[in-house]
Design a protein around this ligand. Structure first.
Ligand SMILES: Nc1nc2c(c(=O)[nH]1)N[C@H]1C(S)=C(S)[C@@H](COP(=O)(O)O)O[C@H]1N2
Ligand SMILES: [Mo]
Length: 220
């Protein structure tokens, strides 16, 4: 389970949250600053997770979309691919300070998922669950952003297993820990439900331009 994650990097990242590491104490403006404060551009695509990368073949793939919705669905790979498809290019920003511009994703827009399941009027949060037991939470308003995609392809190639293949979420405007890999379940919820990193010192909202890295940053 994700909660037992005990890799050296995972422990180091928990310590960074306690220390308020990497904070610049400045704010950026997404309209003006393509690179959020404290970030460095990279051309590579580092791999970060809790250390247990699940093997999820397209044959055993299932995606449950449920909770506070009018029409819960459970999709196999073919059913997912039968949804309207799209392509998007976006920048990604990891809390460990790297950003990568111009990532080309193919998949299904989050707005298409909303059309399918129709969240109930009081649904306000979306809880993402990975095959590895990982969990993270975002607001429904952020999930509904037109740049959010359930992606199975990156730069024209099938998304690799280490980056969350067969299917991951991509939420470009929030730090990348909100972009759940090996997507297994999308749970709509009336109440918020903090995920793994949110319970381990990381910020609940995770806006890179506001430098929302940690829960209670010690900037002074
Ligand atoms: N299922 C799952 N998704 C996950 C994680 C994880 O451990 N499990 N780690 C998160 C974190 S902390 C980061 S920074 C990004 C890293 O994505 P990448 O390995 O494709 O760079 O995935 C996020 N999504
Ligand atoms: Mo991360």
């Amino acid at each position: 389970m994700a909660d037992d994650a005990d890799s050296k990097l995972t422990r180091a990242k928990m310590q960074w949250a306690r220390d308020g590491r990497l904070l610049t104490g400045t704010h950026g403006d997404p309209a003006r600053d393509r690179l959020p404060p404290g970030q460095t551009l990279t051309e590579g695509f580092p791999v970060l997770d809790l250390g247990a990368q699940p093997e999820v073949g397209r044959d055993r793939f299932r995606l449950d979309i449920d909770g506070a919705v009018r029409h819960p669905i459970s999709l196999r790979w073919d059913g997912f691919m039968a949804l309207p498809q799209t392509e998007m290019v976006s920048d990604i920003h990891c809390v460990t300070q790297w950003s990568r511009f111009d990532n080309r994703w193919q998949g299904v827009a989050a707005t298409t998922i909303l059309d399918e399941v129709q969240p109930l009027p009081d649904a306000a949060h979306v809880i993402l669950h990975g095959y590895d037991g990982y969990m993270t939470n975002i607001r429904l308003t952020n999930f509904a952003s037109s740049d959010v995609i359930l992606a199975y392809s990156w730069q024209g190639e099938a998304l690799s297993a280490e980056h969350g293949g067969p299917l991951r979420l991509v939420v470009p405007r929030l730090y990348l820990w909100k972009s759940a890999k090996w997507l297994r379940r999308i749970e709509f919820s009336v109440a918020d439900l903090p995920g793994f990193w949110e319970r381990n010192g990381y910020h609940n909202e995770a806006d890179p331009w506001l430098e929302e890295r940690y829960d209670e940053p010690e900037t002074t």
